[in-house]
Ligand binder design. Structure first.
Ligand code: PGA
Length: 259
């Protein structure tokens, strides 16, 4: 069975509640013809989840909603945090976990990533787990071992059925927001390693099902190079997802490669 491609827009710390609502409407007008062939996901900041969720519900959009982060407890004295239960309440389908910006700037570790993955699965939200190497690791020739260990740690203790549903985003840190990308073949080599790791941990059915996205300076001009690669099932997009036109261009291109 072919995996359905996914294009997910990570809005990071951009877009107010009002701006997010307008962007999702503008996006929908452009991507509606492709819904059946591509999963289109938007990841607004916490403060825009409610407004975007309301537009999706009232206008019956097929666009899926994701948060950018979550805490692993369902409630408690954790000032500034948001729980999986709260995301369920806003009808989030997905949640990004372990983005390199959170690992580098906000103390996210393999252990907290793993706790969040478990908490999301228990709440019925699909994790989009981010992995990827620094330039230093790449220059040391250590990329595949490093990424394999990140996947192992993030998915530790997950049951095989749930493992196949998870989305993994391979985002080389040196490619994020820089305009630099690996070659499509180079990105696919790492994505193949990720799939093989899922297979070794959870069995072949999970490896065949798991969707792996490429992320890092993905844009309309290069998405068509990554999509034909056999182990790349879509993209996690930052900058190019902030405008409806460029986001929709990428969805259209992904649809042209959908089986
Ligand atoms: P970028 O960000 O597309 O702006 O490089 C990707 C990401 O951080 O998910």
């Amino acid at each position: 069975m072919a995996r359905k491609p996914m294009i997910a827009g990570n809005w990071k710390m951009y877009k107010t509640a009002g701006e997010g609502a307008i962007l999702v409407q503008n996006l929908d007008e452009r991507v509606e013809p492709y819904w059946s062939r591509v999963d289109v996901v938007v990841c607004p900041p916490f403060t825009a989840l409610k407004s975007v969720s309301t537009v999706i519900e009232l206008d019956r959009l097929e666009i899926k909603l994701a948060a950018q982060n979550v805490h692993w407890e369902s409630e408690g004295a954790f000032t500034g945090e948001v729980s999986p239960r709260m995301l369920v309440d806003l009808r989030c389908d997905y949640c990004i976990v372990g983005h390199s910006e959170r690992r580098e700037m906000f103390g996210e570790t393999d252990e907290t990533v793993n706790k969040k993955v478990h908490a999301l699965i228990a709440a019925g939200i699909t994790p989009i787990v981010c992995v990827g190497e620094s330039l230093e690791t790449r220059d040391a020739g250590d990329t595949e071992r490093f990424v394999r260990e990140q996947v192992r740690a993030a998915l530790d203790g997950v049951d095989p059925e749930s493992a196949g549903d998870i989305v993994i985003a391979y985002e080389p840190i040196w490619a994020i927001g820089t305009g630099h990308t690996p070659t499509p073949e180079g990105a696919n080599d790492v994505c193949r390693t990720i799939r093989a790791t899922v297979g070794a941990l959870f069995g072949q059915p999970a490896a065949i099902r798991v969707r792996i996205l490429y992320g890092g300076s993905a844009k309309p001009e290069n998405i068509g190079l990554f999509m034909p690669e056999p182990d790349i099932d879509g993209a996690l997009v930052g900058g190019a997802s902030l405008e409806a036109a460029s986001f929709a261009d990428m969805v259209r291109t992904a649809a042209s490669f959908a089986g």
